[in-house]
Write a protein that binds this ligand. Structure first.
Ligand SMILES: [Zn+2]
Length: 173
């Protein structure tokens, strides 16, 4: 877990107020987590860590790319990801079930934020992994497959489908 030592924040000695951290994540980071769905990657994380009298407020900004299989053409693409997340951490021996708040033992002196960041990066990966290949050179998508898909879609549009005709009548179009 040596790679993750950088993610440890010494909260007890920390002054009140906002502290800023920048992390760069690649495959070595994700390799620390078992069954991580993310491998090769290039992700920048900015963390605003706000120490308040009664809680810590973490604002996390995720931006970068992860290697993924395109849902459309099945090529390996650098899928852009981004997201903003907030997490509240409280130190308390009386845990209660409140959403979006993590309770850690009162005697906590350091908080390792790696696992929270890992979860937020996971949330940033879109369900549909397709790429807007127009804006990247060379385009990462398999152009031959995309061309074939476009042709098939065009053919489906022009093929008369009696079910769709009926549905269109019902919806008044
Ligand atoms: Zn593709």
């Amino acid at each position: 877990m040596a790679t993750l030592n950088n993610f440890s924040i010494p909260v007890r000695g920390l002054k009140s107020g906002v502290h800023q951290y920048n992390f760069h994540l690649d495959s070595t980071f994700f390799a620390e987590f078992s069954k991580a769905p993310i491998g090769e990657s290039d992700v920048n994380v900015h963390l605003d860590f706000d120490k308040r009298p009664d809680m810590f407020v973490l604002d996390v900004d995720v931006q970068g790319t992860v290697k993924a299989e395109c849902d459309r053409c099945l090529a390996d693409i650098n899928l852009p990801i981004e997201g903003q997340y907030q997490l509240i951490i409280k130190l308390s021996d009386h845990e209660s079930e409140v959403d979006e708040v993590v309770y850690l033992p009162a005697e906590t002196t350091e908080i390792n934020v790696a696992k929270y960041i890992y979860e937020f990066v996971g949330l940033s990966v879109p369900m549909m992994k397709t790429y807007d290949c127009q804006n990247d050179t060379p385009p990462p998508c398999d152009q031959a497959v995309l061309a074939r898909l476009a042709k098939e879609e065009e053919e489906q549009k022009t093929t008369n489908n009696p079910i769709w005709d009926e549905l269109n009548k019902l919806s008044g179009n």
